[in-house]
Every structure is written in C-alpha cells, then in structure tokens.
Design a protein around this ligand. Structure first.
Ligand code: ATP
Ligand code: MG
Length: 312
C-alpha cells in the first residue's frame, strides 16, 4: 500500500532544473533509499516530500487509508545535530517532548523508553557537547522519535560513524521498520543501501534512473559473478586460447598474472575447478583466487557511469 505518491515532480531553481519529472511510490513499512551522487536531487526531493519546498510542477499525495495530516506523521532526522549542546541529554529530550505537547508520566515514560532503546541511559546527565559524534547522532534520532512519527527521514545517517556504531544504527533502523514505521533515507554508502533498504531509487542530475529492490537491481544491472585467479607467474599469450577452450568460456580475460573468469550460471564452479587443474598441469601455480559477487556498487557504476565515492 502506497503511503506517499510522488507524481511527475519537477523543481527548477531559476533556470536550473534540479528535479525532472520524478515519479515514485513509497509503501508503508519500507526502508526506502534515495541514492545518487552529490547534486542528484536527493535533498531537494526530501524537502518537497516534507513540505519544506514546493515543486515547480507535479504533486505529492499522502495516504493512510484516508489522506493524512503530514505534519503530524513525518519527521526528519537531519545530518546536523538538532540538540542544544549546552543541555544534558535528558534536558534536551524534556525540552523537545514539551514542544511536542507531552507532559507528566507520558513524557517521563517516553523519555525513559528512548534513552534505554538507544543505549543513551548512561549519558542521561551528560552535557550534549561532551558526547561523542556517534552518540550525538543517536540523541538526534531520539529527539526525532519523541513525536511518535509514522514516516522517518534520515539524511545520511551514518556518515562519520565507526563500524560498530554504524551496525547499531542499522539495527535500530530495522527495528523501527519492524515496529511498522516507514523509513526514507539518503546515503552515499552502497553497502548500507544494499544491507538496509527494501527499495532504492537512483537519481542522476534530477532524473530518476531506476527504482527497485536491491536484489532485483543487482540481478538486472550488476553484471555477473567474476572469479579472479592470481598466478605466481605471467600467463603466456599462447595459453589464453587454450584456457578459453579448456573450459569453453570465450570471455576469460588475462592481464599479466591475473585471470578474470566470468562465472556462468551452469557449471560455473566445476569450470573453475577444471581451469585450476589445467593451469597446474601446465606448470602454473595459483597465488590466490577470489570471487566477486555483483553488488549495488556495480549497479551504480553501470547506470550512472560514475564510481560512487565511499569516503564521502
Ligand atoms: N536553494 C537552492 N537554490 C539553487 N540551487 C539549489 C538550491 N538547493 C539545491 N540546489 C541545487 O540543486 C541540485 C540538487 O541539490 P540537492 O541538494 O538536492 O542534491 P543532493 O542529491 O542532496 O546532493 P548531496 O549528495 O550533495 O547532498 C544541486 O545542483 C544544487 O546546487
Ligand atoms: Mg543532500
């Protein structure tokens, strides 16, 4: 069931078209990833969905059975820290809870729940400026969840986090989904999108290139599995046709000591074994071998022609 329909949305800033007739359906309970290089239009479309910017043309429809009051249901977890640095963690939550209209036991219980759930309890009395960057991010999420939103936008939620903290963020985002929330996130990390998102929209210069489940996009655009064999010596030019013939695969490529073998669906593994035996019988030794599965990075490269920067 769609919860947000984006229909032919375009946005111009002056002469510049930053969104070009983008149409998307976001379903309830999804972790929806907006992907694309810098300037692709991710933040612009997010702002339009949040109602912070108006589209130049096209429109957005919000449903939940009947049309919903979006102001009450959407929340943005911004990349910048929303908390007051001079307040303690608890004081920040109390402040934002009051703004959301909570009071009494309801407010107390909500704050306790969020502090526990996000592992922030031990920092309850800590001044926000003394928290590490990762915990400040967690506090940001806690603040955004006070109003009990249905749809949560996360703008590059894990930039600058260490691997452990990143993993914890992923787990919390998945838990939010399990609670029935809809998550929309932007990210530059392909592994994050692949691990987390149930659906992905890939934008380039304001245009929607594709939309789908990571696994389907990888199947369609990711190319095939490739096994790389590194030998201890150079491969003789004369041997390449023999190698290709030995395993009946014309797409094998040789570069110095490396063999790149596209793994076919049928008998792929047996052919690698046969190739290894053939090489050894000819006096070659294998230094190492590795197999690369196609992933979202390959999809990105294939569709945009750009390599995604993973260091941001
Ligand atoms: N208020 C504005 N006035 C003029 N141009 C703008 C404005 N906001 C965004 N743009 C332009 O619109 C394009 C899309 O920007 P947007 O911030 O949506 O990209 P993004 O995909 O979020 O990029 P990033 O990954 O860098 O955050 C950019 O070329 C940007 O310069
Ligand atoms: Mg942005």
């Amino acid at each position: 069931m769609s919860i947000i329909s984006i229909k032919n949305v375009s946005k111009n800033y002056g002469q510049k078209k930053v969104l070009d007739s983008v149409s998307l359906e976001i379903e309830k309970g999804e972790i929806f990833g907006l992907l694309g290089s810098n300037g692709a239009g991710k933040s612009t479309i997010t702002k339009i969905i949040l109602g912070l910017e108006k589209p130049t043309s096209g429109n957005i429809v919000y449903y939940e059975g009947r049309q919903i009051n979006i102001k009450e249901k959407l929340t943005l977890v911004p990349q910048d820290i929303a908390a007051y640095k001079n307040f303690s963690v608890e004081k920040n939550l109390e402040f934002f809870a009051s703004i959301s209209g909570l009071s009494g036991d309801l407010k107390k219980n909500k704050i306790n729940f969020l502090l526990n759930w996000l592992n922030l309890n031990e920092f309850r009395k800590t001044k926000t400026s003394f928290l590490s960057g990762g915990y400040q991010r967690l506090l940001n999420i806690a603040i955004s969840l006070i109003s009990d939103p249905e749809i949560i936008f996360l703008d590059e939620p894990t930039v600058g986090l260490d691997p452990l903290m990143r993993k914890m963020f992923w787990d919390k985002i998945k838990e939010l989904r399990n609670q029935g929330k809809t998550i929309i996130l932007t990210t530059h990390y392909m592994d994050e999108a692949q691990n987390l998102c149930t659906k992905i929209a890939l934008l380039k210069k304001g245009k929607l290139l594709t939309i789908g489940k990571p696994i389907d996009l990888i199947r369609e655009y990711g190319g095939i599995k490739v096994t790389v064999l590194k030998l201890t010596s150079m491969i003789l030019d004369d041997d390449l046709p023999k190698i290709r013939a030995a395993i009946n695969n014309r797409n094998v490529i040789v570069r110095d000591k490396y063999l790149f073998v596209p793994v076919e669906q049928e008998h792929g593994f047996e052919k690698i074994v046969a190739l290894t035996q053939w090489l050894i019988s000819r006096g070659y030794s294998i230094d190492y071998s590795t197999t690369k599965e196609p992933d979202l990075e390959d999809v990105f490269l294939q569709l945009t022609g750009e390599k995604m920067k993973t260091d941001n």
